[in-house]
Design a protein around this ligand. Sequence first.
Ligand code: SF4
Ligand code: SF4
Ligand code: SF4
Length: 265
Amino acid sequence: MKWNQEAEDAIKKVPFFVRKKVIGRIEKEAAIEGKTIITMVEVNTTRARFVSGMDSEIKGYQADTCFGQSGCPNRIVMSEMLLKKIEDLFEKEDILGFLRKSVPGSLKFHHEFRTSVSECPNACSQPQIKDIGILGASLPMISDIPCTACGACEEVCKENAILIHAEEKKAVIDFQLCVKCGKCITVCPTGTIAEEKKGFRIQLGGKLGRHPRLASEIPGLFNEDEVLEVVRKCIDFYKKNSTEGKRFAEIYQDPGFLNADDRDR
Ligand code: SF4
Ligand code: SF4
Ligand code: SF4
């Protein structure tokens, strides 16, 4: 739906963690009324309804994804099913009920448990500042197929993680620098660089606010079931240790509560 400039400027002032929700609500309510363009009238009408009914808008968690499914060429994984299962887990674990019991006073959006999935390492849904951030990843490997030293992989890698030894006709990947974007796999014309594994990276404990911190990554590449198991353990840890509405990111120190299996993959 089209927005006029004034409405676009106004929506940018809405706190980022509810902006997506507010935009969706404004467009939905405008569509119901047959509007095709969003102006300040639609923004103010919805904003008044949203603020007066804020308590009923809070569901205890936020689960977002990036815009990969709208056709982004960088997309490595499809996250719709995973996100749905994560939401089901939050509902089953009754995060809202837990927050209602533990938060003194009224619940606010900033109390909600936040997770987001980005479908590639570009991280457009900001997983680094979420309690649980999940990123689609494609791990490259050097196969037995001879390299022609064409240089395409070295050129496409924005991390400078690939070095071509032209005389030996050999590509070497530095896995300390590699972010598992899979671009080198796509451009390699010979198949010398192949995909070893596709999955998800997981980052825990990110937040903004008065004491911001970036999430730290737990090593490994996880499949969907493994991600869900980590999310379940994070919720368990959170419910056992959070008091007075403290966010997971405030109480998370290290991944000690995860099994050795999860850490040493
Ligand atoms: S995170 Fe990656 S897949 Fe998702 S929208 Fe951004 S660039 Fe596209
Ligand atoms: S997967 Fe991405 S970051 Fe890693 S080596 Fe290939 S192009 Fe570079
Ligand atoms: S793109 Fe493939 S063939 Fe070309 S240098 Fe890299 S590994 Fe070798």
